[in-house]
Design a protein around this ligand. Structure first.
Ligand code: ATP
Ligand code: MG
Length: 696
């Protein structure tokens, strides 16, 4: 018989002094960790910050710290682990279980939102909710806001009121930065600020409606948690007694509300707090993250001990040297000096200029095929990273053509996005005039045109007898322009008819590229601006769609290709699913935005679209905002430091079909931040207009 016997966690938050680092599990901490990591893992300090560069083992340190605490007899119920994604915390806890071999189900681990929800579930009645409150996802939130806007009867005869999505983002930023809503709205320009009184009233009504509906949105999950704890010192003391050890990963991307929660929960006598992060990887200020929190840790937590780690375990020296040089160009940062633990002699990172975006995609596709063929590297050890989701379009198409399985974590598959479908719906309808679904989708986009009106218009269209005709009508304006529509839609209906006329001038089909252009310029662009917070990035998507369409002579062929690319529901390329959600474990190449790639690592990384205006982002360059540019550079650093062995930096030199007319692209200014000898330039020979012999 064996009796399990655990020591209770010691008062003072510190573990009993020990000679050896081995606990009951027998883990040899000194062998698994370097000296600096070991010092952090075994510290007795009540407040500790580990601030160190990428790949230095911060996450590993935090994982071993949890193991070490449990190994010293701390009960899992006394530990709270906060991470940036729930997936990350699951992986860390699985590793801890593997190391220590004890049941960790009582340990609280997850994102701030999930931990907030858990606390709120228990005490909802203290803030006017019941424990069975609903959590509104972004869609629910939009719907509720929409219904409140309707109920307010705002006069929109002259100007459109911002759509729920825009409103939600304003509320969210104000909540997460703890700034007055007025300031946040003012920053977005005069047009929006003119609506300030209505926006303010809307906020009040929205809050009330949530309360009446016993529902909370995502931001409430952290804001109400902080408020609950602040207003109930007794309750807070209860949690402080429970969470003797609070650990936080990716601390550089916490916001003020989250830091209040940390402060409250870890504020008990003798409790311990360990935060790990890298100020050079703070990349979420646009969502309210505040890098000042990690830089001011010592000020906020007096007597805190600060650990640094100076060894990088992830990357070969050639990649590390480049990353270090790249981030050095930023002025505001905590100086770090990272050395590689790995031996050199590997290839230098490749700098690969390509003629245009399709050549870039061809290069990435071919090189991935080669890596998969020549080395012992699986597809899941390869990632293609980019600044913005739309930049993955050519790569998605190239990998599809080559039959290389891939997963996209930056967003849903390009052709499955709502705005792409909206635009192509109109194209589908003019090609197949009996396509009710496409007609209804397109017509419902008009202001004042709900499902009922759209249905009536469809019937009228059928009644014209033109739906079954060989050719589209000579003039849509003549054929349907006079249909009766609600007053609010009248102007837009006329506009739509004009667009239809442009799509099929004289009953003939325009080219697919021109069609996309006409739809966006003639009707859809306005809808985007009014409906989406990220209208600019959606416009950029549509620009890409136009470029893609321009490769086709014939609209039917174009639409068919689209359906094939989009229809991947049961293939390995099933769209929009995060890497962990794949039904089968077939290895897949990861396509990810850099933001989503935080904390992760791959053997080979391709970083694409390294051209000024693409990365760094054009808006930041236009605004001349230095802080914004420094954040872009941190993002660049995050991207470089994801690679273990192979790194490819590529950019197209031209963007032949850019709507904005920027034919020639300038290499990203970030490429000037390091000496050229740190990279090896690859000259890639093209296979198309450049001829077989001419290098470009
Ligand atoms: P990031 O800044 O990107 O979040 P990080 O500092 O959290 O990186 P980890 O992800 O913890 O770094 O570690 C990077 C890689 O180095 C991992 O593969 C990890 O297992 C390995 N590693 C870290 N420390 C050691 C060590 N002492 N011995 C062996 N491998 C290590
Ligand atoms: Mg990490």
């Amino acid at each position: 018989m064996v009796r399990n016997y655990s020591l209770r966690s010691g008062q003072g938050g510190s573990a009993p002094p020990t000679e050896s680092h081995a606990g009951t599990s027998g883990i040899d901490y000194a062998a698994e960790l370097n000296e600096q990591q070991l010092a952090a893992v075994t510290t007795r300090a009540g407040r500790a910050l580990v601030i160190a560069g990428a790949g230095s083992g911060k996450t590993r340190t935090l994982t071993y710290r949890v193991a070490w605490l449990l190994d010293r007899g701390v009960s899992p119920a006394n530990v709270l682990l906060l991470t940036f994604t729930n997936k990350a915390s699951k992986e860390m806890i699985a590793r801890v279980r593997e190391l220590v071999g004890i049941d960790t189900s009582d340990l609280w681990a997850g994102t701030f939102h999930s931990v907030g929800a858990r606390i709120l579930r228990r005490h909802a009645d203290e803030i006017g909710f019941t424990r069975s409150f609903s959590i509104l996802d972004r869609d629910d939130q939009k719907q509720l806001l929409g219904s409140v806007i309707k109920e307010m009867n705002i006069d929109t005869s002259h100007r459109r009121f911002p759509k729920p999505e825009v409103i939600a983002s304003l509320f969210s930023l104000a909540d997460n930065t703890e700034r007055p809503l007025e300031d946040v709205v003012a920053e977005r320009g005069d047009a929006l600020f003119e609506w300030m009184p209505q926006i303010e009233e809307l906020r009040g009504r929205y809050v009330k409606r949530k309360q009446e509906g016993n529902s909370m949105d995502f931001d409430d999950l952290i804001c109400l948690t902080a408020d609950l704890l602040e207003k109930n010192p007794e309750l807070t003391r209860l949690y402080q007694g429970k969470f003797r050890h609070v650990l936080v990963d990716e601390y550089q991307d916490t916001n003020r509300v989250q830091s209040r929660i940390i402060e409250l929960l870890s504020g008990g006598d003798g409790a311990s707090l360990m935060a790990v992060g890298d100020d050079s990887q703070s990349i979420y200020s646009w969502r309210g993250a505040d890098v000042g929190l990690i830089l001011g840790f010592k000020r906020d937590y007096r007597g805190a001990e600060v650990f640094t780690i100076e060894t990088n375990y992830r990357s070969v020296p050639e990649i590390l040297e480049l990353s270090n040089a790249a981030i050095r160009a930023n002025t505001s940062r905590f100086e770090k000096n990272l050395r590689s633990s790995r031996s050199g002699g590997g290839a230098k990172p490749a700098l690969v200029p390509l003629a245009d975006p399709s050549n870039q995609a061809a290069f990435v596709g071919q090189r991935i095929d080669e890596i998969l063929g020549e080395a012992d590297i699986g597809a899941n050890e390869i990632a293609v990273l980019y600044r913005a989701h739309f930049q993955s379009l050519e790569i998605q198409m190239e990998l599809t053509r080559r039959g290389i399985p891939f997963t996209i974590t930056s967003g849903i598959r390009f052709f499955e996005q709502a705005h792409i479908k909206d635009v192509t719906a109109l194209m589908r309808f003019v090609v197949n005039r009996r396509d009710e679904v496409s007609f209804l989708r397109a017509v419902s986009l008009l202001p004042g045109c709900g499902a009922v009106t759209a249905g009536k218009l469809w019937k009228k269209w059928l009644a014209t007898g033109l739906a079954g005709a060989e050719q589209p009508p000579e003039s849509w304006s003549d054929a349907i322009g006079a249909f009766k529509v609600p007053g609010k839609s009248a102007k837009h209906w006329t506009q739509l008819c004009h667009v239809l006329d442009e799509l099929t001038p004289g009953g003939e089909f325009a080219s697919p590229g021109d069609m996309v252009f006409s739809i966006v310029e003639g009707f859809y662009g306005e809808h985007l601006d009014a409906s989406y917070e990220n209208a600019d990035s959606r416009r950029a998507d549509l620009e890409k769609l136009g470029e893609f369409a321009a490769d086709f002579q014939n609209v039917a062929e174009f639409l068919e290709q689209l359906s094939l690319l989009g229809n991947t529901d049961d293939g390995p390329n099933s769209g929009g699913k995060p890497a962990e959600a794949g039904p089968d474990d077939a290895p897949m190449v990861t396509l990810s935005s850099i933001h989503q790639a935080k904390g992760l690592e791959w053997e080979a990384v391709f970083l694409i679209w390294l051209a000024d205006g693409q990365f760094p982002n054009g808006k930041v360059l236009e605004s001349g905002d230095i802080a914004g540019l420094e954040e872009e550079r941190r993002l660049f650093y995050v991207a470089l430091t994801r690679a273990k062995n192979e790194l490819y930096l590529s950019y197209p030199m031209t963007n032949p079909r850019s709507y904005s007319g920027d034919y020639y692209l300038r290499p990203s200014r970030f490429l000037n931040d390091f000496p050229t000898e740190l990279v090896e330039e690859w000259r890639v020979r093209g296979t198309d207009e450049w001829g077989d012999d001419e290098p470009f």
